[in-house]
Design a protein around this ligand. Structure first.
Ligand code: CUA
Length: 332
């Protein structure tokens, strides 16, 4: 069921109709209950008004039937709303694995976007039509909020972590992008556009930029520049864990716990290497806090992702020079 609300922005993402349906349901429900209760209040006020000065009302005993009825019905309605909302929430915040990655760094007062092929843009985001896009966001300073009304997306971007959300644009066009969290004097200027293009146009647009090489290859350069490669060797002889084939896998930790090697874990391991030490390794890695920018961190993450878990025979995401996973001894 997809409902379009009057006065609401374009429905331009795959789940915007579902969000609107839930919103419409909540509005109808609120109006319905609000009207019924208001009318009853007026009706009872008139019906049971005091008619003469010494009138004493008769005693009203409780009614079990009524009590149960007006407890159970709202409970069922509330649970229905909960399940419905949770379902949409789950859809929105679990990015499909085949989604196209786009990285976002917010700062006072702009949105910086990085595409896998190396294109960067500010306050302007180009995305292909009909393709799932996963956005991984962080901020250099304070909290911002990524808000694209036409996609029904609003997600806080919080310092020190990655926030992710995905969408699939279903209608070509230009859509407003806002910052929806008051972030300082330039907050109202922290706006931009999302441009949804046909797949072929998008390809042409991609081909037009990218003088600097792919995001992963920039990450690889940093990997060498910061000498990560001396410890994280692909042959398993280094003092740090092998990173080839790591991304998306479960990592056993020194303290007996486990963690999935996702974007946030890699970020944390670069900035606070002692937070989660891999089982069998010493906590000898220095922190890179203050030495790498958020954009560089995302490039390194993209690099580690590109040498990460790949299906056999599949080419690198966008980095043909990355060492193939075959370089590590066969595991499992
Ligand atoms: Cu950024 Cu408001």
């Amino acid at each position: 069921m997809q409902v379009s609300m009057p006065f609401s922005p374009d429905q331009a993402s795959s789940y915007s109709g579902q969000v609107d349906s839930l919103f419409a349901f909540l509005c109808v429900l609120t109006i319905l209950f609000g009207t019924v209760i208001t009318l009853l209040i007026i009706y009872f006020a008139i019906k049971y008004r005091r008619r003469h000065k010494d009138e004493i009302p008769g005693q009203v005993e409780g009614s079990m039937k009524l009590e149960v009825l007006w407890s159970v019905i709202p409970f069922l309605i509330a649970m229905g709303i909960f399940v419905w909302g949770a379902n949409i929430y789950y859809t929105m915040y679990h990015a499909p694995s085949e989604a196209l990655d786009i990285y976002v760094v917010a700062k006072q007062w702009m949105w910086k976007f990085q595409h896998l092929d190396g294109q960067r843009e500010i306050n302007e985001l180009h995305v292909p039509l009909g393709r799932k896009v996963k956005i991984t966001m962080t901020t250099e300073d304070v909290i911002h909020s990524f808000y694209v009304p036409a996609f029904r997306i609003k997600l806080d971007v919080v310092p020190g972590k990655y926030s992710t959300v995905w969408f699939e644009a279903t209608k070509p066009g230009r859509y407003h992008l806002f910052c929806a969290e008051y972030c300082g004097t330039g907050h109202s200027r922290m706006i931009g556009w999302v441009e949804v293009m046909e797949a072929s146009e998008y390809q042409a647009w991609l081909a037009g930029g990218a003088a600097e090489g792919s995001l992963a290859s920039s990450g690889e350069k940093l990997f060498q520049q910061f000498a990560c490669i001396t410890c994280h060797r692909s042959d398993g002889q280094g003092r740090g864990p092998v990173l080839q084939g790591l991304f998306g896998k479960e990592v056993p930790l020194q303290n007996g716990g486990k963690v999935i090697a996702d974007e946030s874990y890699i970020r944390e391991s670069i900035l606070s290497p002692r937070a989660k030490v891999v089982a069998g390794f010493q906590p000898i890695m220095p922190t890179f806090q203050g030495q790498v920018s958020e954009e560089q961190l995302l490039q390194i993450v993209a690099y580690i992702k590109s040498i990460g878990a790949k299906a056999p025979g599949e080419a690198g995401v966008s980095n043909p020079n990355a060492p193939a996973p075959a370089m590590k001894p066969p595991s499992q």
